[in-house]
Design a protein around this ligand. Structure first.
Ligand SMILES: *Cc1c(COP(=O)(O)O)cnc(C)c1O
Length: 404
């Protein structure tokens, strides 16, 4: 099926798909784009995805941690980067020096940022987060006026510029959920309070992928798109078909094919017992590779364009599929999930099989031990692609590392 050499197991991430998705989302939304690349780009490789997103016109990158922001800078990114999750005592200095936009949730954080600014002698770029209902990070509406006053005072004193005001939605994947309306209302009130206090942020933002597509009224100046940038559907059953392309394909090499009699139990605990004589295929990936164990007995894989059900439990290093009497050659390509265009499952199919969301499917497998390779289906010729696949981890735009 594929002309590429297939190792035991690998993730192939198509950066052309990322660029395509970022462009589609930008055009659809008509405002500035922040591509969210936290958690190693949802398992797709943070630095490579970030580069592709910039090429496709993403003005901003979004990450959770200071370390992630600094890793983008270390990789040469010089554009706008927002980070939003710190713990008391973390050193803001390097991120301030690197021109990263920080997020403050509280007066205590403002004090820490001010101390870092005084220490390094560089003013910060600072965004403020209002908790509009998620009850996670951010200042509550009750604490908001004091945060805004202090932030404005720090701005007047030259400690920072307040560059943004933002919040995060509870149920953007459920367009009819009442939280959407109430959060938008609370956010608009918070913006008015900030404006009255004299703040003039560059960007106001509330929407993640699902809201960016489904709720035009919350696009404001900037949308923060994570999952949809990777070509996955953040609101299954609700999103219009925008032609997004899943960027990640997870594939392995069929290790073994064998016949079993009716009554043979399969994998640990014999949670599946063959009700007929059949053939089984051994796929050399498991939860040690980030394959979700909760998809035991429910997911399927694609072999030669046909879906084959996983039988019994997913083990640490391997899983077993039912070939139903067929005998594909050992060495054949097994697609766990990919674009869905070749008849194989998608990450969304795996999410449904495992009772989770596709966010977790890709982030987990990207954090496992599968080799991750970046390709570019627009730019790589077959020859260039083969060369890239054979290359060392640090060569060119293609990464063949541990995949962490
Ligand atoms: C992860 C995250 C996003 C991206 O969400 P998607 O649903 O993947 O688009 C946006 N904003 C914040 C604050 C996040 O933590």
């Amino acid at each position: 099926m594929s002309p590429l050499p297939v190792p035991r197991a690998e993730l192939v991430v198509d950066l052309a798909a990322v660029r395509h998705n970022v462009r589609v989302l930008s055009e659809h939304c008509g405002v500035a784009m922040m591509t969210v690349v936290k958690a190693d780009g949802y398992g797709h490789g943070m630095v490579e995805v970030a580069r592709a997103a910039r090429e496709a016109g993403s003005t901003w990158l979004g990450v959770a941690t200071l370390d992630e922001a600094l890793a983008l800078r270390a990789a040469g990114d010089t554009g706008r980067v927002l980070c939003w999750l710190t713990a008391p005592g973390e050193d803001y200095g390097p991120a301030i020096a690197a021109g990263v936009d920080l997020t403050a949730y509280s007066l205590a954080e403002l004090a820490e940022v001010e101390a870092a600014v005084r220490r390094i002698g560089t003013p910060a770029r600072l965004q403020l987060k209002i908790d509009t209902g998620l009850s996670r990070g951010g200042a509550t509406p009750a604490d908001w006026p004091a945060l805004v006053e202090a932030a404005r005072a720090g701005e007047v004193a030259g400690h920072w510029r307040v560059t943004g005001i933002w919040s995060h939605l509870v149920a953007s994947d459920e367009p009819d959920h009442p939280a959407n309306d109430s959060q938008e209302r609370v956010f608009r009130e918070a913006l008015a309070v900030a404006e009255a206090a004299g703040l003039r942020p560059e960007v106001r933002h509330l929407a993640n992928s699902a809201a960016a597509v489904l709720r035009p009224s919350v696009r404001f100046d900037l949308v923060r798109c994570g999952l949809a940038s990777y070509g996955l559907d953040p609101a299954p059953g609700h999103l219009p078909d925008l032609g997004l392309v899943p960027a990640m394909t997870a594939r392995a090499t069929l290790a073994m094919v064998k016949d079993v009699e009716a009554g043979a139990g399969v994998s640990y605990g014999h949670t599946w017992v063959a009700d007929r004589a059949t053939t089984l295929g051994l796929v050399p990936v498991g939860y040690g590779d980030g394959v979700l164990r909760s998809a035991s007995g429910t997911a399927s894989v694609g072999i030669a364009g046909r879906q084959r059900p996983v039988r019994g439990r997913v083990c640490m290093d391997q899983l077993v599929v039912d070939l139903d009497g067929d005998r594909p050659e050992p060495g054949s390509e097994v697609v766990l999930f990919g674009t869905g265009r070749d008849g194989a499952p998608t990450a969304q199919d795996w999410a449904e099989a495992a009772g989770t969301i596709s966010y977790e499917v890709v982030t987990r497998i990207g954090g496992g031990r599968m080799v991750r390779t970046h390709v570019d289906s627009e730019r790589d010729t077959d020859t260039a692609l083969d060369a890239a696949l054979d290359a060392a981890p640090d060569s060119g735009s293609s990464t063949r590392g541990s995949g962490r």
